[in-house]
Design a protein around this ligand. Structure first.
Ligand code: COA
Ligand code: MG
Length: 233
């Protein structure tokens, strides 16, 4: 298993158009439809990041890389069931995790929201308690911790929000061991939370035995340059 992260930088519209010519048309149209430029950059970087990883790990040329989606929208690499990946983007980060078993990753920029109302409506009672029993000044961070852990679980399962958010509960004990509880039973999923940058929360959920501690940071300009190069060859 490996975890990758790119800190995004602004790209000119012209350069976005140019790189878009080097990705699959379906994704290109999706990116063109975004009004917000930051959304375009995040989606584009996510796409070339995973394509570059696949080229590096599996030596598949870009034109032979085909993604399909499960009925809930989780993308996977066609013809390679042992290659599992998941992407998340928020703020200035695009992150990606790969593994030989299903995996889920989620990153969120910590922004002020009415976390108590949201947690009351969508989180389990014990998740809400985990947040509100903390000092007021760290409750928002605790909320995002639970949020990203819940979402990493949903994304690992690949069933999107068809899994009701209250149907499972994330338990973090005093030793920071994390597990998911459904109908009083522990599931085999394992979790890790990451402090990837000030103002961000990130979590990974896996069906394997271990989650890497290490995040491989990738420079956006090198990623774009290498990607453009291997596509021209
Ligand atoms: N399962 C796993 N991964 C999925 C997926 C699914 N069903 N559907 C899409 N993805 C992948 C895609 O690669 C997508 O990237 P792309 O849009 O560039 O193609 C990526 O996940 C997006 O992840 P993220 O950046 O974390 O987006 P999100 O937080 O807006 O949404 C969803 C994640 C789509 C999987 C889904 O869980 C959702 O709609 N969540 C809404 C937020 C929410 O209510 N979360 C509750 C947390 S408590
Ligand atoms: Mg998310």
């Amino acid at each position: 298993m490996k975890i990758y992260a790119v800190r995004t930088l602004d790209i000119s519209e012209e350069k976005i158009e140019k790189i878009c010519l080097l990705i699959h048309s379906g994704k290109r149209f999706k990116i063109k439809r975004f009004i917000n430029k930051e959304d375009k950059v995040r989606a584009l970087i996510g796409e070339i990041l995973i394509r570059s990883i696949i080229f590096e790990k599996l030596n598949i040329q870009n034109k032979y890389i085909t993604f399909e989606k499960n009925p809930y929208g989780k993308p996977y690499l066609k013809g390679h069931p042992k290659f599992n990946f998941n992407i998340s983007h928020s703020g200035d980060f695009v992150v990606c995790a790969i593994d030989d078993k299903p995996i889920g990753i989620d990153i969120e920029e910590v922004k002020y929201i009415e976390y108590k109302d949201i947690a009351e409506s969508f989180f389990s009672v014990s998740e809400l308690d985990y947040i509100v029993e903390e000092d007021l000044n760290i409750q928002l961070n605790k909320f995002y911790e639970i949020w990203t852990l819940k979402e990493s679980y949903i994304k690992c399962c690949g069933q999107g929000l068809s899994i009701p958010l209250k149907s499972f509960s994330i338990d973090i004990d005093k030793y920071e061991n994390i597990k998911v509880i459904i109908d009083d039973e522990h599931k085999e999923h394992i979790f890790k939370k990451f402090d990837i940058g000030l103002g961000y929360k990130m979590a990974v959920c896996s069906l394997n035995k271990e989650i890497s501690n290490n995040i491989i940071m990738i420079d956006q300009n090198s990623l774009i340059n290498n990607y453009s190069k291997f596509n021209m060859e």
